[in-house]
Write a protein that binds this ligand. Structure first.
Ligand SMILES: Nc1ncnc2c1ncn2[C@@H]1O[C@H](COP(=O)(O)OP(=O)(O)OP(=O)(O)O)[C@@H](O)[C@H]1O
Ligand SMILES: [Mg+2]
Length: 222
């Protein structure tokens, strides 16, 4: 997936001006940068949820998206099971759905909670449902917009390793947005550091080239 000279204005505010970026297939690409720089706007453009003013967005053929946001966005009146079932209804027949949903509920360790409603879950559990739902859906592009924000350190680490487990089982192109240095270096393959308005890429890091990620951290100190 690639942006070529993309420009986007909201009223008089230029968020992107001839902006270029690439997202490699089945890799985790991180957008790192301060609040308001345009990260969510880039994700929304990538997912075709926001129209651009100028330029071109080249998307892989048959791109299918799933999302995880900062807040889990579950359907309050549905159980854990039904929240996942809801997005798969039009994709798989009921026999296949049952197996997939059970597998994913198992993987995120919520077997005993499948009949619980979102209100009856902790924040971390709800976020696990949201991860399970995003992976259960047969997408090939996964957009994560600050999915671990607001979780405590321990839970965040657990969620990151859970994410890696799910992703290793079922790889997809990931666009991962974060402000958090630890998250960026532990999860990403590539990091684009954004700053300024309109958004500019001020640094690009290929994590795969580093043996020791602590060397990368100072570059994220913006
Ligand atoms: N729908 C919209 N209408 C008007 N302005 C918008 C809209 N969406 C975003 N903006 C503006 O575009 C700029 C970039 O917003 P965006 O949400 O992409 O930032 P961000 O990098 O995701 O920030 P954060 O880290 O706080 O989530 C902001 O100045 C914001 O006010
Ligand atoms: Mg944002």
């Amino acid at each position: 997936m690639e942006f070529i000279n993309v420009s986007k204005k909201f009223n008089d505010l230029k968020v992107l001006n001839n902006f270029n970026i690439r997202f490699e297939k089945d890799k985790i690409t991180c957008l790192f940068g301060p609040s308001g720089v345009g990260k969510t706007t880039i994700a929304n453009i990538a997912a075709n949820l926001t129209e651009i003013d100028n330029g071109e967005v080249k998307v892989t053929e048959n791109a299918v998206y799933s999302f995880v946001f900062q807040e889990p966005r579950l359907l309050e009146w549905y159980s854990v099971y039904d929240n996942i079932d809801f997005v798969l209804k039009n994709v798989y027949n009921s026999d296949k759905r049952v197996n997939i949903i059970k597998d994913y509920i198992d993987m995120v360790e919520l077997k005993d909670f499948e009949s619980y409603k979102p209100k009856e879950l902790s924040g971390g559990m709800a976020q696990r449902v949201s991860l399970a739902r995003a992976f259960a859906y047969p997408s090939n592009v996964l957009i994560l917009d600050e999915p671990f924000k607001g979780l405590d350190m321990k839970l965040k680490r657990e969620m990151i390793s859970l994410f890696k487990k799910l992703w290793n089982e079922s790889k997809r192109t990931v666009l991962f947005i974060t402000h958090d240095v630890d998250e960026a270096v532990t999860l990403s393959d590539f990091i684009y550091i954004l700053n300024e308005k309109p958004a500019k890429i001020i640094d690009y890091i290929n994590i795969l080239e580093y043996n020791d990620v602590s060397e990368v951290k100072y570059r994220l100190d913006i």
